[in-house]
Design a protein around this ligand. Structure first.
Ligand code: G1P
Ligand code: ZN
Length: 550
């Protein structure tokens, strides 16, 4: 087999963010663009990280447009770069949590995941590539920095000349001296789920007439949900909707929230309660996010983490107790109250899953969550959508209450952290920076001041020292905390692709059960007004309303 060394010139925009390199499909299709980045990853693996030749790599993606083509290129480059073996998901498919599971289970050197998460796909949409290390989690910053540095100087890449690898049949084939093993993308993940959750008790719940609906949004979780929910747990065929992964996600936006999962929302808020399922859930493009719904009832991701933690003893994989809980700073403090009751530590980290990895590797936390529809545990090193769905089903099967009853009783016990996020998308960068500067400018005078019904306790620019490696992350969001525990947080998104996205996170503490059923936006009206005023939002953005409210 012929090994080629192809001359190339560097691109200057291949800096991987926390979720890898994400660009428009057309950018990835440009000559040498994908190849350059993959060579930078491989050089980092073998040169910087000194991986032994013959190492094993995991490879798969969320099935979006360009997935198959990219997989063929990466396989031929892996063969030319000295990998011994690549485990690739059948059809090129692996959800992000499943890839993490496979890397860990087989002790692989690392993995490459092809996805742009919840961003739309198709020829006009986005594509992405991310490198995960041997712990199954996203590469830490020192590795992504090395990849980027390498991408700026490389002059050639290595690739073998070979016919396309057959991706659709399970089994081993050779590609030069490398072995390509096409694996069932679902089996290892499903087995891990069976080891964590009580499938018998969930099967009994479903057998008793409990009805559920899972919206795979034409993204990667379709095959996983069908195998686990319909085949192993006995849910009726058709429980999984939009279950066939499509290269353009059926022209949808595969992000599980009340706006984009509108088909599921319409089903769960149906006029006829008798025909509305008891439980609804959705997951995103690559299967790591989740949304949980009851009949006519939305569970905020912050509450979901708290409920999961409070009920963990009911779930076999977690019955022996939690080491600790971690949540991102803007996520509501509902989980903190549960941690306090359980007598375990609760960590407050900057936004982004990577901060949880160190804590999990060190055995300090078992459960993690973010307000942005991300929940997970130390079973893998990524957030995990279907895992959260199964956790809820296990709780529902044990407690035999409705989703709404479980959440209401949780609030009655712990108090309710009423929560909402207001996003101002696609702002000019200087306008967003101006808003932040405006808020920061008020910090000195605010502590002790009365604003509306609230008295300011503290304000700061959140920074975090990683308790494991001592690294410092600064500028992670502006916090205004009030005496009763209520909060307003201002933060600029790190993942927006158009202009700057300003996120305002609002949280009000409501201890009184008589007021727990209120509408969140109404209950937060006072804080919304304070945020408007503090940041001079209307004047500075020229907008009357946020773009998206979750
Ligand atoms: C967003 C979410 C954050 C999540 C990240 C990757 O980042 O807010 O919680 O970890 O996507 O899924 P942001 O755009 O806010 O920087
Ligand atoms: Zn995702």
């Amino acid at each position: 087999m012929k090994r080629n060394v192809v001359t190339t010139t560097p691109f200057d925009d291949q800096k991987p963010g926390t979720s890898g390199l994400r660009k428009k499909v057309a950018v990835f299709q440009a000559a040498n663009y994908l190849e350059n980045f993959v060579q930078a990853v491989f050089d980092t693996i073998f040169d910087t990280a000194a991986a032994p030749p013959g190492s094993t790599l995991v490879l798969g993606g969320d099935g979006r447009y360009f997935n198959r083509e990219a997989i063929q290129v990466i396989l031929r480059m892996a063969a030319a770069n000295g990998f011994g073996k690549v485990l690739v998901g059948q059809g090129g498919i692996l959800s992000t949590p499943a890839a993490s599971c496979v890397i860990r289970k087989y002790g692989c050197y690392g993995g490459i995941i092809l996805s742009a998460s919840h961003n739309p796909g198709g020829p006009e949409g986005d594509f992405g590539i991310k490198y995960n290390t041997g712990n199954g989690g996203p590469a830490p910053e020192k590795i992504t920095a090395a990849i980027y540095a390498r991408s700026r100087v490389l002059a050639s890449y290595r690739i073998v000349e070979a016919p396309a690898v057959a991706l659709d049949s399970i089994g081993s084939q050779s590609l030069g001296e490398m072995c390509v093993e096409v694996i069932d993308p679902v089996a290892d993940y499903a087995e891990l789920m069976e080891s964590l959750f009580d499938f018998d008790v969930i099967r009994n719940l479903i057998g008793s007439g409990f009805r559920l609906c899972f919206d795979a949004m034409h993204a990667v979780t379709g095959p996983y949900a069908r195998e686990i929910l319909e085949r192993r747990l006995g849910a009726a065929p058709g429980t999984v909707i939009n279950g066939v992964p499509l290269p353009d996600f059926g022209q949808g936006h595969p992000d599980p929230n009340l706006t984009y999962a509108h088909q599921l929302v319409a089903i769960m808020y149906g006029a006829d309660a008798a025909s509305t399922p008891d439980f609804g859930a959705a997951s995103d493009g690559d299967g790591d996010r989740n949304m949980i719904l009851g009949r006519g009832f939305f569970v905020t991701p912050s509450d979901s983490l708290a409920v999961i933690a409070a009920n963990a003893a009911l779930v076999p994989g977690y019955a022996s107790g939690l080491a600790g809980i971690a949540r991102s700073m803007p996520t509501s403090a509902a989980a903190d109250r549960v941690a306090e009751k359980l007598g375990v530590p609760c960590y407050e980290t900057p936004t982004g899953w990577k901060f949880f990895g160190n804590l999990m590797d060190a055995g300090k936390v078992t459960l993690c969550g973010e307000e942005s529809f991300g929940t997970g545990s130390s079973h893998v090193r990524e957030k995990d959508g279907l895992w959260a769905v199964l956790f809820w089903l296990n709780i529902l099967a044990k407690r035999r209450l409705s989703v709404e009853q479980i959440v209401s009783r949780h609030w009655a016990e712990f108090g309710r952290n009423i929560y909402s996020r207001h996003d101002y998308e696609a702002l000019p960068a200087d306008v967003a920076a101006g808003v932040m500067a405006q808020v920061r400018g008020r910090f000195a005078e605010l502590p002790g001041c009365r604003l509306g019904d609230y008295r300011v306790k503290f304000c700061d620019d959140f920074s975090y020292v990683d308790p494991i490696d001592g690294s410092l992350s600064t500028g992670q969001g502006l916090r205004v905390g009030f005496e009763d525990g209520s909060r307003i947080v201002f933060r600029i998104s790190g993942t927006g692709t158009e202009g700057a996205t300003l996120r305002i996170y609002l949280e009000a503490i409501e201890p009184d059960p008589a007021r727990h059923q209120v509408d969140a936006q109404q209950a937060l009206a006072g804080l919304i007004e304070i945020a408007q005023d503090l940041a001079q939002l209307k004047q500075r953005t020229g907008r009357e309303q946020p773009t998206v409210i979750t």
